[in-house]
Write a protein that binds this ligand. Structure first.
Ligand code: GLU
Length: 474
C-alpha cells in the first residue's frame, strides 16, 4: 500500500524518552501505519549545550522497546537523521530568504535586547522585537549580526487543527524571529520548517506545547514558498492533581516503566487511550489499533495519567501473554535480584510464569515472587516465620517423609497431602501453609503442588529438612 502520509517524531535529545513524547511518537506511528504511510525519526539536537548522545541512545532504545519502528528517510544515509548534520541546508535557506528580502541582518546585542525587553515589561507591554534593524539599508561592517525573518503582522493566521479544530492567531503577535544566531547556528523553529519541507512531511502531529510556534512556522512555510502540512496538536498529559505530568508525579521515563516490569503492549494500550478512544473499548491489540486509530478522534482536552489503570492493563497482558515470551522478559528482572541467568532453564521459567501470572501485576513483582525457585538459601519472611512453630514440626516431618516416596506430579502430591491431613486430623490448608513457608519462605505463593513440582523433589526435600533440623536442634 502506498500513501502520501508522511509523519515524523522529532524529539530533542535532552533527556530520556518521556511518556508524553512516547505517546506523541505512538500517535504518529499509528497514523502512518493506519494510512500505509511513512513514519520518520528526526533528532532535533541543534541546542548543543543540552543535547547528548546518551539521550539519543535512550530515545532510540525507548522507541525500540516500545515497538515503534521508523522508516529510513530517503534523503539521507544516516538513520535517524540529526539536525546538527544539516546546518549547510539551513544556512542555504537563510541565504535564500535574505536574497529575497524576506530576512535581514540584526545587529542588536543581547544586552540591548534585554534592556528593551525589561522596559516593555515595566510598561506592561508584551515584549517583542521592535524591528528596528529592518530599516538598515546596508550591512554594518565589523559587527556581528543575527539574521531575522521578516514576519508579517497583517491579519490572522488560522490553523485548521486535526485535534483542536480551528485555532486563530492574530498575526500581530508574531515578531521577527531570529533564524540564524550571530554565531552562525540556526534556530529551532526555522530548522523544523526546513526539515518538514525537505522530508515532505504531510501531517505534523505534536504536543500542544508547540501550538504557539505554529503561526511563526506557518509564516516561514509561506515565505519559503511551500504548501502547509496539516497540523494536529495533542494536549499535554496531566498528573492526578491536574498539573502537567512531571517527575514529582512518579516515573515519567519510558525506561523506568520497563524497569518497573511493565510490558510494552500495556504501555502502548495505556498511552493510546490517554486522549484517544474508540467507543468504550479498553483493550486493543496492535493490529486493532492500527486499524481503528484516527487522529480526529483524539480528544482536545488534556488527559489525566492514571497509574491504577496502567497497572490493571499490565496485569491483563501478563495474564494473557505468551508465557515463553514473558519468561524471556522476566530474565533481566531476575538477574537484578541476583539470579544468574545461566542458571535459568527457560522451560522451567515458563512454568513459573504460568504459575505466577494470575497473581502478579508487573514483571518485577513476578521476579520477586519467583526468586525462591532459584536461590539455594531462601529467606523466610516474618509472616512465614510465624507458621514455622514447633507445632508445625510433625506436619513438616510427615510431609517430608511422604514426599520422599511420592512422584512429583499433581495427582500423587495431592493424594499425599490428603492422606497426611487425614492421618493428623488437620485441614489441608493447615498442612499446606507450613510447607509453603518452609519451601518458599513466604505465606503467599501459587498452589503448593505447582510450587513443589517446579521446585523439584531434591530442592523441596532439602528445604523441608532444613526446617525440621532447626526445630530438632532447638
Ligand atoms: N523537538 C520538539 C520537541 O522535542 C518537537 C518539535 C516538533 O515536533 O515540531 O518538543
Amino acid at each position: 500500500m502506498s500513501s502520501d502520509v508522511r509523519v515524523r517524531f522529532a524529539p530533542s535529545p535532552t533527556g530520556y524518552l518521556h511518556i508524553g513524547g512516547a505517546r506523541t511518537a505512538l500517535f504518529n506511528w499509528l497514523f502512518a501505519r493506519h494510512h500505509g504511510g511513512k513514519f520518520f525519526l528526526r533528532i532535533e539536537d541543534t541546542d548543543r549545550s543540552r543535547s547528548t548522545d546518551e539521550a539519543i541512545e535512550a530515545i532510540i532504545d525507548g522507541m525500540r522497546w516500545f515497538g515503534l519502528d521508523w522508516d529510513k528517510w530517503e534523503g539521507s544515509d544516516k538513520d535517524p537523521i540529526r539536525q546538527t548534520d544539516r546546518f549547510d541546508l539551513y544556512r542555504q535557506k537563510v541565504r535564500e530568504l535574505l536574497d529575497r528580502g524576506l530576512a535581514y541582518h540584526c545587529y542588536c546585542t543581547a544586552e540591548e535586547l534585554d534592556a528593551r525587553r525589561k522596559e516593555a515589561m515595566a510598561q506592561g507591554k508584551v515584549p517583542r522585537y521592535d524591528g528596528r534593524c529592518r530599516l538598515l539599508t546596508a550591512p554594518v561592517p565589523g559587527k556581528e549580526a543575527a539574521i531575522r525573518f521578516k514576519a508579517s503582522s497583517e491579519g490572522e493566521i488560522v490553523i485548521d487543527d486535526m485535534v483542536k479544530g480551528k485555532v486563530v492567531f492574530d498575526a500581530g503577535t508574531v515578531d521577527d524571529l531570529i533564524i540564524l544566531r550571530s554565531d552562525g547556528t540556526p534556530t529551532y523553529n526555522f530548522c523544523v520548517v526546513v526539515d518538514d519541507v525537505d522530508m515532505q512531511i504531510s501531517h505534523v502531529i505534536r504536543g500542544d506545547d508547540h501550538l504557539n510556534n505554529t503561526p511563526r512556522q506557518i509564516q516561514l512555510y509561506q515565505a519559503l514558498g511551500y504548501p502547509l502540512p496539516r497540523f494536529g496538536h495533542v494536549s499535554m498529559i496531566l498528573g492526578p492533581d491536574k498539573a502537567r505530568l512531571s517527575k514529582r508525579h512518579g516515573a515519567t521515563a519510558i525506561q523506568q516503566y520497563r524497569e518497573e516490569g511493565y510490558l510494552p503492549e500495556a504501555m502502548v494500550n495505556y498511552l493510546v487511550r490517554l486522549g484517544w478512544s474508540h467507543k468504550d473499548q479498553e483493550i486493543f491489540s496492535l493490529p486493532e489499533l492500527i486499524e481503528k486509530f484516527s487522529i480526529e478522534q483524539v480528544g482536545a482536552s488534556a488527559a489525566v495519567f492514571n497509574p491504577e489503570k496502567l497497572i490493571w492493563l499490565n496485569a491483563h497482558y501478563i495474564k494473557t501473554g505468551d508465557p515463553k515470551r514473558l519468561a524471556q522478559l522476566l530474565l533481566p528482572h531476575l538477574e537484578r535480584l541476583g539470579v544468574a541467568s545461566d542458571q535459568i532453564d527457560l522451560a522451567r521459567l515458563t512454568q513459573i510464569v504460568v504459575a505466577l501470572r494470575e497473581r502478579t501485576r508487573t514483571l518485577k513483582e513476578m521476579a520477586d515472587s519467583a526468586v525462591y525457585f532459584f536461590t539455594d538459601e531462601i529467606t523466610i519472611d516474618e509472616k512465614a516465620q510465624k507458621l514455622l512453630t514447633p507445632e508445625a514440626l510433625p506436619v513438616l516431618k510427615a510431609v517430608r517423609d511422604r514426599l520422599a516416596e511420592t512422584p512429583f506430579e499433581h495427582a500423587p502430591l495431592e493424594e499425599a497431602f490428603r492422606s497426611i491431613s487425614e492421618a493428623l486430623g488437620l485441614k489441608l490448608a493447615q498442612i499446606a501453609q507450613p510447607v509453603r513457608a518452609a519451601v518458599t519462605g513466604k505465606t503467599v505463593s501459587p498452589g503448593i503442588f505447582d510450587v513443589l513440582m517446579i521446585l523439584g523433589k531434591e530442592k523441596s526435600l532439602k528445604r523441608l529438612d532444613r526446617q525440621v533440623a532447626q526445630f530438632t536442634a532447638k
